[in-house]
Design a protein around this ligand. Structure first.
Ligand code: MSP
Length: 523
């Protein structure tokens, strides 16, 4: 079976990472880990978008050369992904020579095929969005809205890509491939945007007088490549596209990876970049319909209903959140509080609740109780024995039926629902302790066999939970397994989750708090 090839958007290096960037990487990392858990080989590509006017502007403002400026910002992204346990296989940095060669090769090919032409254009240009604006972008008052930032009037010559030649193909492709965009409700936005863009071609160059920080056009030295054309190409250049032609042999084998099953992106960059430019670029390069990648479009994290922005001063630094609640605490909150595809609001109280009540109070407490009682009453040795009753059977049913429902939700990008399925085990096991009252059983010599079975059921349930939650909270799950003194064998997959992971006579490890409580002081 072909590896699961998953990518994220590559992040602009004009400013430090914020929690929106972190969400997307965690989402992709959770899916990558989940697919590995299903037994699939995975290739996870992420990286940084280092060229373009935004970056050139920020570098100038910082008094640095663009290359030194992006090196500094890139380091911050790399350090954050490390801190948040983002386990990627490939790193796409667009200043990488391997990428530059592929972009230039593609441009030359499109040029030779007659897909590019030069013309002069005058109009209004948004520096922030790096695009020319038309009257459609004007607000009801006739002005260009705040989202466009500084708008200047420009006349310039540029190279254009014949996007309009392929619009009919794209419309038909979208209509006949209902799974091209997830969630499907976003497809209408794309079809509408496509109707509005009929007849328009895409400017794929910027004159060097205005922008030097980009990939030079191979056939006209007065221009550099438009940043989106450069950036979108990362998904194929780092997957080994044209590796033989340009000497990128160390990259993966393209035919093995492509097409990507998941380009994970935010809703703001669906139209026009990912749903219009990108499939048309691939189509024009000669990719078949079967080689068009799938788009997974997530929503935005807002703060009190407002967009995060430097000017509002409400940008949340994921480093700070992770310092308070640990990397797993942040990963868990981001995954449980957003339904993939929809927006959500960042909320300090919910963050604290997710950590203190669910992770510490629900999961951590269960582990602690189970291990402490086993050590206290049985020296930490499990002896399931032959005792059974309906209460045990009910817990076993919850544990053994969870993986199928969990996998169905996770495969459909319902990460928060996957978590909820795993959590049913935790809730049930906590009720099981309250209901069976092991501390009372321990006082009654005749209840010894039942106590053994109760302690076994708790440890076994925790072993299952540590597998199901491992894509979401990997560090905590490793700690649970260390405390249980049990580890899934090399190559263990979801399908291997059967009752009886822990053997008769198994010696448990020692308990220690999984999620030490965080006291929050009101500001
Ligand atoms: N560089 C382009 C992407 C090129 S992909 C070929 C870009 N970069 S970005 O840094 O602005 O955004 C990177 C990703 O973070 C995008 O998918 C974007 O949607 C996502 N997010 C940025 N802010 C966000 C939130 N507030 N919430 C969730 N995701 C957000 O666009």
């Amino acid at each position: 079976m072909k590896p699961y090839y998953i990518t994220t958007a590559i992040d602009y290096t004009n400013a430090a990472p914020h929690i929106g960037h972190a969400y997307e990487k965690v989402l992709a990392d959770v899916m990558a880990r989940f697919q590995r858990l299903q037994g699939r080989e995975v290739y996870f590509l992420t990286g940084v978008d280092q060229h373009g006017q935004k970056v050139q502007k920020s570098a100038m403002a910082a008094g640095l050369e663009p290359k030194d400026f992006v090196a500094g910002v890139t380091e911050k992204f790399v350090a954050l992904w490390d801190k948040l346990d983002i386990q990627y296989d490939g790193w796409a940095a667009t200043t990488d020579e391997k990428h530059v060669k592929v972009v230039q090769h593609i441009l030359q090919t499109l040029h030779d095929k007659g897909q590019l032409y030069k013309k002069s254009y005058s109009g209004f240009y948004s520096v922030r969005q790096e695009q020319f604006l038309t009257d459609k972008e004007r607000g009801p008052d006739g002005n260009f809205g705040e989202e466009w930032g500084e708008v200047v009037e420009l006349e310039e010559e540029n190279w254009y890509f014949k996007l309009s030649e392929h619009v009919d193909w794209l419309r038909a492709y979208i209509k006949s491939h209902s799974d091209f965009i997830f969630p499907a409700f976003r497809t209408n936005d794309v079809l509408n945007a496509l109707e509005n863009s009929v007849g328009q071609d895409l400017s794929i160059s910027r004159p060097k007088e205005r922008l030097t920080w980009g990939i030079p056009l191979p056939f006209d030295e007065r221009f550099v490549t438009y940043v989106w054309f450069d950036a979108l190409t990362n998904y194929i250049s780092f997957a080994g596209y044209l590796a033989g032609e340009v000497g990128n042999e160390e990259l993966p084998e393209f035919a093995k990876l492509w097409p990507s099953e998941a380009h994970v992106i935010g809703k703001d960059i669906l139209v026009p970049a990912h749903a219009i430019y990108w499939p048309i670029m691939l189509h024009a390069m000669g990719f078949s319909d079967e080689q068009i990648p799938r788009l997974i479009v997530h929503g935005w994290w807002n703060v009190k209903g407002q967009k995060m922005s430097k000017s509002l001063g409400n940008v949340v630094d994921p480093n700070n959140v992770s310092d308070i609640f640990t990397a797993d605490g942040l990963r868990f909150y981001l995954m449980r509080d957003m339904a993939t595809g929809y927006d959500a609001d960042l909320n300090d109280e919910r963050m604290a609740m997710a950590y203190n009540k669910e992770l510490a109070g629900g999961l951590g407490n269960l582990l602690n109780r189970a291990l402490n009682m086993s050590h206290k009453y049985r020296g930490g040795v499990l002896t399931p024995g032959s005792y059974d009753d309906e209460v045990n059977a009910a817990l076993r049913e919850t544990v053994t039926s969870a993986p199928v429902r969990y996998a169905a939700k996770m495969n459909g990008w319902g990460i928060h629902e996957g978590i909820a399925e795993a959590w049913k085990i935790i809730d049930h096991a906590n009720q099981f302790v309250d209901g069976t009252q092991p501390f009372k059983l321990a006082k009654d010599a005749e209840q010894g066999a039942r106590l053994d079975s109760v302690l076994y059921h708790l440890a076994e349930a925790l072993a299952h939970v540590s597998v199901l939650l491992s894509p979401i909270i990997p560090e905590a799950c490793k700690k649970i397994q260390a405390q249980l003194n049990w580890q899934p064998a090399e190559g263990f997959a979801l399908g291997d989750l059967k009752w009886g992971l822990l053997a008769e006579g198994h010696q448990l490890g020692s308990p220690s708090p999984l999620f030490p409580r965080v006291e929050l002081t009101a500001e």
